[in-house]
Design a protein around this ligand. Sequence first.
Ligand SMILES: Nc1ncnc2c1ncn2[C@@H]1O[C@H](COP(=O)(O)OP(=O)(O)OP(=O)(O)O)[C@@H](O)[C@H]1O
Length: 542
Amino acid sequence: MSDQPIRYPQVISQWWLEEKLGSGFSGAIFRAVNLHTHQVAALKLQPTDVDCPTNRYERYFYPALQGGLGMPTLWAAGVEGEFDYLAIELLGPSLDSLFRRSGKNVMDLRSVCCIAMQVISRLELMHSRGLLHRDIQLGNCVIGLPPNDQLIYMIDFGFSKFYIDPQTNRHIPDSNAKRDFIGNYWFTSVGVHCRGKVPSRRDDMEALALMLIHLLTPGGLSWTRNGVPKSDTAHERLKREKRNARPEDLCKGIPAEFEEFLRYCRRLKFMDKPDYAYWRDEFRELAKESGFPTGDAFVWPPPERATKSDTDCPIQPPLHVPSKLPRAVPPNVDGILHDLANLQLGDRRVLGERNADANKPRGHGHAAGRLPSNVIIISDGDEDENTGPAKPPSGTRMTKAMHLTKIARAINDVHDNGHLATVVGEFVDLLHASRSRTLTKEGFAVLDALYKQLADPSVYIQPLRTSRSGEDEQARAPESRYVKMNKLLQLRTGVAQAADNRTLARMVAEFGAVINKSNGRTITKDAFGFLENLADRLRTLA
Ligand SMILES: Nc1ncnc2c1ncn2[C@@H]1O[C@H](COP(=O)(O)OP(=O)(O)OP(=O)(O)O)[C@@H](O)[C@H]1O
């Protein structure tokens, strides 16, 4: 291809070219009108002699995506004269241009959660049709034109690839052969970009995770700040920085879900199918916990405070507030649940100091007449106070965070060590079933509740981990892996000999501190062993 600027014609096939909408590495895209039907389209033009003839590839992939939500319609495609053209459904601006135009340093959490939910769905659709995108970035996510302007579309399938071989119907094989990097500098996964791995579904998901973290990071991910690398040395430097960036450092100060999502993507094996529904739910739950509507409609510009009209899926009232109390939607459900866990209700007992009257029916602490005046009774309406953790209302999937919160509340309510052992067992089962091995803030809240119940529930206990925002970073100066493993092993074996509940409480506190100080706050094999042995010990001390 010559170095001369490309001269685009006025008419291609039946399309009259109007203004330029954008340009890419090897072509440009114009708004165009069909001379016969007057249909409007986005015409993607590329000289036929370009080094990287992506239009030719895109033409091949588009048919597989037709009819899918958030997949543009391809109206026509062909070669005329020196140009390869694609006539695509005309769409709105990209997330990149919306974000740039907003002039903001970071994107608001509600918008990022919506992008997460929607792009996960787009990837699920593409993957279900055997295709990888392989170039996830803000410029390749665009919103529709009204009335579809709350829907995010995927565009630019020039780097896509069938990971299911259409001939054999089998997943493409992994390989260690050296390969050129396909994707973009900012968000392509570390495995593909820095280690030369073969892209698969996990890498599309990791690129999304990095894109979301980028949007929430002031100034963006560090390796995106110097622009596109102009030399091999600069590219190598960028790769080193990207490869060395630890999830916990990238995600400092942003909700833990993003760190967990990134870790999850990186743990997936080459052929693994990502759990799209799980992560969509996690981001929906995060939006809900943050007081936003749970729908995934991408409302731009973000409303000052999301309201019912922002979404076709209105906010679910998370809490039932008794009618005699002033009705108010709390801004932070999480904080309230946490505060509730720390309430001094006055009639709690120390399990280790139980005597015969412990079996007497206990006046329930929620009796309105006995509550301090500032206490609001909170109930999901689906919980039987005598049976601890309740089942989710039928038809509702309980997220891990909700489940953990219920477990923490159940621990506050137990009457004896036997019951406590059962709840700890449920905690262990939930952690085992979870795809993430990171102990979340809700997981720490369970440890807090456990410690409090084992030590003395009537006194306020400083939570084991109160902040994700980095304020507690000094307190959690990282310990080496070796130290962590050693301590966990000691706790795992020592717990079987614990003489009483107070000793168990001390061990739970130590356990929480070790996990909190470790990189990634990961639940290891020994950590599971400790919790399982704790449940056994509680049974024998019952
Ligand atoms: N269907 C469309 N409707 C409206 N605008 C579009 C459409 N497709 C693309 N654009 C605009 O054109 C820009 C470039 O499009 P696209 O990414 O498909 O081209 P490209 O040549 O492959 O770009 P790159 O080389 O940067 O990946 C997009 O960021 C978007 O702003």
